[in-house]
Write a protein that binds this ligand. Structure first.
Ligand code: GDG
Length: 461
């Protein structure tokens, strides 16, 4: 079996118990094949003199990490990655900030990663880079003579060409994409947007459903949706401790519906729109007012970027406004928790909530939707209300699919979920769970590695 080399902006310590589902899945793959994980260790040093590469071995897994300098953190991570690429890839041109310094920093850090990684690679290694931070990594590795198979998975959406055109660096970025041998996207829509750009604006040609010929390169382009480890999540939700928490959640014994939302506090997740939709539901169905509470868990993220600070203030104001206007002595309509909650508590909260409200304005996949389904009691499951703009909606059609921009639509879906008969809930949930199982974390990893391990396609004369 060939060695796997994973490259991601952030590397997770294999001993860290708080590692998320995807990180655990990647680690399992590395442990199984033996491999190397390379990337940023999360530390920031004052300047280049403080940048030291660290290498640690855990059985068959080697972890190689380096810090970022303060300048790289500002210009590459907060700058190009999170103030330019992230908004553009999520169709938010209004929030995108492009500067010469940040795009140079993006090239610089990717070159530095390539420079450090290239000497560590052995013939036959399969190299798998993750996400928008590392689009130009293949170019940097190729320039250093690396001939290994190189794959890239984009965890976030890929917008239509017209959106990408707004980015001053779009040509370079697109050329960097096609230096990989294998590209993986979350949804058919993302894949189609990408191939449309490549074929209509770069002279590329699809030689089969998943093979793009472009200039000198033949690139495999596939849709491989990310998934979760269903059994481990379901088991966490079924533990006796989880049951205690669920009892506690409904401790007053009232027939009250808990609606749960779990999202990093990111503007792509549509949180203010979600709060406004909940408010709309309170207005449209005043008789039901005290029947439900919206619990929103929104851990902080990228707070140094202005758009993130803005959304935090907006959400605080909205939850205060709704609670002030509708709340009562015995009822708080919105419970807003702005911190990280342990994973086993999350699992219990999902299971104890009759509605999972997942309404991003745009999302690559959205694992919360899948976790909510996995955590339910098959015999008395809750209802998933899901944005049509989450990648997960391509697959999870048995959810109540909503337009997150339309407060009335979401409010009506909440009402429909509250009054949905048990048989319908069971039927919908069974169908959803089957899909979540079909596209689980293991399937995602196997499919991508299968494409990466396939022989290179020679260019036809
Ligand atoms: C990117 C793409 C794509 C959240 N709050 C807490 C917590 N979480 C966990 C959730 C879930 C994960 O974080 C979030 O996953 P998402 O998929 O929703 O979103 P992103 O972080 O934006 O991830 C996304 C994903 O990559 C994978 O490809 O689906 O579209 O944007 O697992 O449970 N976990 C804990 N405490 C929290 O407070 N423990």
């Amino acid at each position: 079996m060939k060695r796997l080399v994973v490259v991601s902006n952030r590397v997770v310590n294999p001993e860290c118990k708080a590692a998320g589902g995807l990180a655990v899945c990647i680690l399992d793959g590395l442990r199984e094949r033996g491999g190397l994980w390379f990337g940023w260790n999360g530390e920031i040093v004052a300047d280049e003199s403080g940048v030291a590469v660290a290498c640690t071995r855990y059985d068959k897994v080697t972890i190689v990490t380096m810090p970022l300098t303060e300048r790289d953190y500002q210009e590459y991570y907060l700058g190009f990655c999170n103030a330019a690429l992230w908004p553009v890839l999520h169709y938010r041109l209004d929030l995108a900030r492009f500067t010469q310094e940040s795009s140079e920093a993006y090239r610089r850090v990717n070159n530095h990663f390539a420079e450090t990684l290239a000497p560590l690679l052995m013939t036959g290694d399969l190299v798998w880079a993750h996400d928008y931070h590392l689009i130009p990594l293949a170019e940097g590795l190729r320039a250093r003579g690396v001939r290994n198979r190189l794959g890239f998975f984009l965890h976030v959406p890929f917008p239509p060409p017209d959106v990408l055109f707004a980015m001053p660096e779009h040509e370079w970025i697109m050329n960097a994409f096609v230096q990989y041998d294998v590209l993986g996207f979350q949804t058919k829509l993302d894949q189609a947007n990408f191939t449309r750009f490549a074929c209509e604006h770069m002279g590329g040609e699809m030689v089969s459903d998943e093979l793009l010929r472009i200039g000198e390169n033949v690139v495999s382009v596939s849709t491989i949706p990310v998934g979760i480890n269903v059994e481990s999540f379901a088991a966490a939700a079924r533990r006796p401790e989880a049951e205690e928490r669920i009892q506690w959640l409904h401790r007053r014994g009232e027939p009250r519906v808990n609606i749960i939302g779990v999202d990093r506090l990111d503007y792509t997740k549509g949180l203010p729109d979600r709060f406004r939709s909940f408010k709309r539901w309170l207005e449209l169905y005043p008789r039901n007012c005290k029947a439900a509470t919206l619990m929103q868990i929104a851990p902080p993220t990228r707070e140094e970027v202005k758009a993130y600070a803005d959304i935090r203030h907006e959400l605080e104001a909205l939850s205060g406004e709704i609670n002030g206007q509708f709340g009562d002595f015995d009822w708080t309509p919105v419970r807003y928790i702005h911190r990280n909650v342990p994973r086993d508590i999350l699992a219990a909260l999902y299971r104890g909530s009759q509605i999972g409200l997942v309404t991003p304005l745009r999302d690559g996949m959205n694992l919360v939707a899948k976790e909510y389904v996995a955590a339910q009691d098959d015999d008395n499951p809750g209802v998933l209300v899901l944005s049509r703009f989450a990648g997960a909606a391509e697959d999870l059609q048995e959810a109540l699919i909503v337009n997150p921009y339309d407060a009335d639509d979401v409010a009506q879906a909440i009402q429909r979920a509250i009054s949905m008969p048990r048989e319908e809930r069971i039927e919908r949930h069974a169908a959803l769970l089957a899909r979540v199982r079909e596209h689980d974390a293991r399937n995602w990893m196997c499919k991508f590695l299968q494409a990466l391990d396939a022989p290179s396609i020679p260019l036809a004369a």
